[in-house]
Design a protein around this ligand. Structure first.
Ligand code: FAD
Length: 532
């Protein structure tokens, strides 16, 4: 994977291949800037593959009066859905109501309520939830997603898995998104528009020289060093944004990041319908239970301070117990640690605005230009998966103050690779694929359509039978798909494939994973990658 440095001076050099770095790379390349992006591991290997995977307005942020963030995110949900109907889809959220539900004590709403209605003693009244849902329905100009409804849980499939004390619920809409695929598709589209995407490439040093950045990189597989030059730098290092400012650029900056770990657990499927649950705890926090990868349920998340970005976040036994006991307050079936089949954890890189608790720290983004090195760098703090495209547009506005932009905004509604079909077109795509390739099982066809959209048939080529797809690695993963992922989607290892390009890690045995990894290692040298 030796990647020669460019002699050309790029307009923009982006550090970080998470959703923010890749979203900015796509927007900038489409506006005619010359762009290079360096990611030290795999794309989306940090926070952007560890989210709850929702395009959401964030109902709970209304209690913090984060109206700007909520409105922007609500409007954005449908814009994104149209651009990627394969990897994103609408979901209904059932919010069971019980009068024990409490606020987190220091939200502006809870403070107001305890001042005017002290007898509520921190409880979240039903009228307030209805008011929140009314705002949620109306702040963001919904056209595709259905609005809020009130549900009687008695004798319904939504009420069935829940304890009998829950008789009433509210139901509202948000969207699901395959977070790590979103990142890869943005990177691919950026590359199609001329950006250079380099994975396994760590920025080890960046210095301003005569108004130009000199950037040194190290290939983390081969240790090769290279030098690049750029007019402007974007620091989209996520949890490492502070580390990059201090140890790679060595700038004297007061800006800080607050690292807040969030963990999820995965259990076998806990109920038989396709809606999610929004559970409110007696501690004022909320936790989602979401249908996941056909056979599983995803439960999360937590909020825990995380001191050091270099310490790999992991779901601690305490966090597991917290999530299990949260779910046990709602589901009839009692869960314990033996029910957990997988867990994952990520670190939110939040802007340090001095909030009292991790839960209260703002989820909004902050963009700061620093010119103290003699050349401009844009540092990115915070942000949501949901607002990545809007964040990229705001970033371009700031970048435009330092570089001429040949073109204006363009990304709203423009499909990502494979997403050029209608929002309600998945079923049709599925049946077309199955009639063209009759050997595909339902699970297989659906998985390919959800991952690759209109590109699924291109991957299968002119195969007549399953054996035409080469080696079978298990769980419907075949040689042609792996080769395609290595050539077009920057995949280098089994982990890249089974945890970030798809989630087949939930289905493969350790032996199958090892076999896949060995095969990829053997074929790495002979398969040209997207990054070359
Ligand atoms: C538990 C949890 C749940 C969440 N749920 C949601 C949700 O449901 N919906 C939503 O909208 N948002 C959600 N978020 C927020 C969202 O996931 C993050 O805001 C977003 O992923 C941050 O993306 P990023 O690109 O800034 O950071 P990252 O994805 O962490 O990317 C930064 C990248 O920079 C790379 N890097 C760092 N230093 C260097 C270097 N020196 N050289 C090269 N590369 C470097 C890293 O390897 C990393 O890949 C959630 C976050 C968490 C933690």
């Amino acid at each position: 994977m030796g990647q020669p440095a460019d002699t050309e001076i790029k307009d923009l050099f982006i550090i970080g291949g998470g959703i923010n770095g890749c979203g900015i790379a796509r927007d900038a390349a489409g506006r005619g800037l010359t762009v290079a992006l360096a990611e030290m591991n795999d794309l989306a290997s940090a926070t952007s593959s560890a989210s709850t995977k929702l395009f959401h307005g964030g109902l709970r942020y209304l209690e913090y009066f984060e109206f700007r963030l909520v409105r922007e995110a609500l409007i954005e949900r449908e814009t994104l859905l149209k651009a990627m109907p394969h990897i994103s889809w609408p979901m209904r959220f059932v919010l069971p109501y019980h009068e024990d539900m409490r606020f987190e004590a220091d939200t502006p709403t809870s403070k107001l309520l305890s001042f005017f209605m002290p007898w509520m003693k921190g409880r979240r009244p039903a009228w307030l939830i209805r008011l929140g849902l009314f705002l949620y329905d109306n702040l963001g100009g919904r056209k595709i997603l259905p609005g809020t409804a009130t549900l009687d849980l008695t004798g319904t499939r939504e009420g069935d898995p829940l304890q009998e004390r829950f008789v009433k619920a509210y139901e509202y809409s948000d969207c699901w998104v395959e977070d790590s695929r979103l990142v890869v598709l943005n990177a691919r589209d950026a590359q199609t528009r001329g950006a250079r995407i380099m994975t396994r490439t760590q920025v080890i040093n960046a210095t301003g020289e005569n108004g130009i950045w000199r950037i040194e990189t190290r290939n983390t597989e081969t240790d090769e060093l290279h030098t690049f030059h750029a007019r402007m730098l974007v620091n989209a290092g996520g949890p490492w944004v502070g580390d990059i400012i201090q140890t790679k650029m060595r700038l004297n900056s007061r800006e800080g990041v607050r690292l807040v770990r969030g963990s999820h657990i995965v259990t076998r499927k806990l109920y038989d319908h396709d809606k999610c649950y929004f559970f409110q705890g007696t501690d004022g926090r909320i936790v989602f239970a979401i249908p996941y990868e056909t056979d599983f349920t995803l439960i999360g998340t937590t909020d825990a301070e995380h001191a050091d970005p270099s310490v790999k976040p992991e779901c601690t036994p305490e966090e597991q117990d917290y999530l299990l006991s949260f779910a046990n307050q709602y589901f009839k079936r009692k869960l314990n640690r033996d029910d957990v089949v997988w867990s994952y954890s990520g670190v939110r890189p939040l802007y340090d605005g001095g909030a009292s608790s991790a839960t209260a720290a703002t989820r909004d983004y902050t963009l700061k230009i620093d010119t103290s090195a003699g050349a401009p760098v844009l540092n990115i703090f915070g942000g949501k998966i949901t607002t990545y495209r809007r964040l990229a547009e705001s970033a371009m506005q700031k970048i435009g103050e330092h570089l001429p932009l040949p073109k204006g905004k363009w990304t709203a509604g423009v499909p990502l690779p494979g997403g050029n079909f209608p929002v309600n077109g998945v079923a049709a795509l599925n049946s077309n694929l199955q009639s063209r390739f009759p050997f595909l099982t339902d699970f297989w066809a659906k998985r390919l359509v959800r991952a690759y959209g209109t590109e699924a048939s291109q991957i299968l080529g002119d195969a007549q039978k399953a054996t035409d797809l080469g080696k079978d690695f298990g769980a419907t993963l075949t040689e042609v798909e792996i080769t395609w992922l290595m050539k077009n989607e920057y995949a280098r290892t089994a982990e890249d494939v089974i945890w970030r390009r798809n989630k087949l890690g939930l289905h493969l045995t350790n032996e199958q994973t090892q076999d896949l990894d060995d095969w990829m290692t053997r074929h790495r040298q002979s398969t040209p990658t997207a990054a070359e």
